[in-house]
Design a binder for this molecule. Sequence first.
Ligand SMILES: Nc1ncnc2c1ncn2[C@@H]1O[C@H](COP(=O)(O)OP(=O)(O)OP(=O)(O)O)[C@@H](O)[C@H]1O
Length: 251
Amino acid sequence: MQNSIALEVKNLEVLYGEKHVVHNVSMKFPANKITAMIGASGSGKSTLLRSLNRMNDDLATVHGEINFHDLNINQPKVNVYRIRQQIGMVFQQPTPFPLSIYENVIYGLRLAGVKDRQILDQRVEESLRQAALWDEVKDQLKESALALSGGQQQRLCIARTLAVQPEIILMDEPTSALDPVSTSQIEETLVQLKEKFTIIMVTHNMQQASRSADWTAFMHQGNLIEFNQTADVFMNPREQQTADYLSGKFG
Ligand SMILES: Nc1ncnc2c1ncn2[C@@H]1O[C@H](COP(=O)(O)OP(=O)(O)OP(=O)(O)O)[C@@H](O)[C@H]1O
């Protein structure tokens, strides 16, 4: 998988009604890496991210190709449910369901009709371990997920996404609602996760992008201005707009 491409977008355009918010973006997301999407508020990062697993279907018009395993998933006939199993999403606010920790993790598996208790138990442990939450919750799996702290809830949401065994995980500012300790726990988790998964993350936190991401994409007013290895983007940006944004001249 090393050096391979997990997902490619070609000439992507996204419009909300008449409002054109992503302009002709083409890029390739490397497999088993963390890619950070950075840029000022309103630059189209979340819109682009949500298009990658067709979360914008009801809100926006998306033109262009999103190629995943040689299939352009931005086509009407594609099974969107299956795509979202393979390309999962973690949101900004932790969104646990008012169910037990165990039931939260297997939520997607239940929807997919998995009933075998052994498989479910195994997937719960594996996903919670991958999300670095197992040791903290292994003795309270039947208790409500709502009793967990915000940081634990977010790691639970990551475990819930992992339980359906996706290839790609989209994350929309996954730590912006969390304190610094929970943030650094999640960042450490992400670094472990990239061994098995490809991560594409929107973040406003420049330190987070420079600490965690292998690749960084800078967006401005719906355009992809620069996409390169993170160290190059931060230390030696090719474009003046990137340099200006990173030095705080706008945004
Ligand atoms: N559902 C929607 N309907 C109409 N316009 C929208 C919708 N969602 C976002 N927009 C608009 O699209 C543009 C891009 O928004 P988007 O949320 O993708 O930017 P962003 O870079 O992720 O911003 P932020 O960092 O603040 O989350 C903005 O002008 C926003 O107001």
